[in-house]
Design a binder for this molecule. Sequence first.
Ligand code: NAP
Length: 279
Amino acid sequence: MKIDAHTQLCGLIGNPVDHSLSPAIHNAAFEAEGLNFAYVAFRVEDVRGAVTGMRALGLSGLSVTIPHKVALFDRVQDVDTLSRAVGALNTISVRDGQWSGRNTDVAGFLQPLRERNVRLPGCRVSILGAGGSARAVAVGLAGEGAVVTVHARDAQKAQAVASLAGGSVGAFPPEPGSWDLLVNCTPVGMQPKTDASPLPADALRHGLVYDLIYNPGVTRLMRDATAAGCGTIGGLDMLVGQAQEQFEWWTGTRPSAGVMRAAAEQRLSEFNVDENHLV
Ligand code: NAP
């Protein structure tokens, strides 16, 4: 990668950012496309100060992660309707000094379903969890005509997410056979607790299981689902899909999913080696 006086800078703001895969994903794609861009992760506590500094420095684009996805709404001039529906934005593009905000999680979530020709109108979807990702998933599914039920340990939060999708709240865990597509939007099963699953194995019968977790690439839930005869999708597909959307918005070029995925897998394997050394 050549960095010179013409390099356009993109970055991530969040806290923490140490385990983000985004620098590896975007830098690999900039290099593969021969674009004079670079991407850096910034651990930011003072989001107002960061925005002022970034305006002055003339950044081209930003990814936004926890805890700043909501705080930035009033710092950008133009926010799209999808981000407003979700209540969070995860991407900023800067053109001629104008900051615009979007949410690419929705498109990133839907992309792997489209690639597999999953028919969403009328599809019975059970969402596990009612946090930030569940909101993007619910809005995306509602837009495609799916019938959404939200299952979460906090009934009020579940209701808030269900109402984004004109859906309902169901018991936790959902009844086997009550869904065609199950989406795990909880962190249960993530590194380092990879033996955990949000559902008992006997709650899986048939259908498609989509786990948003990307570390590990194949979760306990996905293994149990495969054993029960279900199809599976892992979270890396969504992570890459949302990154492709960001990259295309910033540069006007659609990057290769394969390049981004390989960079993410490489970085994940390095993290996991480091963590094993620490243990
Ligand atoms: P979040 O906002 O913290 O929401 C997590 C949800 O899971 C909350 O409803 C929480 O319930 C629930 N939960 C947590 N522990 C639970 C448990 N032991 N049993 C049942 N429910 C539990 O997190 P998020 O941002 O939505 O992220 C969720 C997962 O999705 C994470 O693993 C994240 O890495 C992944 N993710 C992946 C992508 C991708 O691109 N693949 C994108 C976004 C997120 P309470 O509110 O009651 O605590």
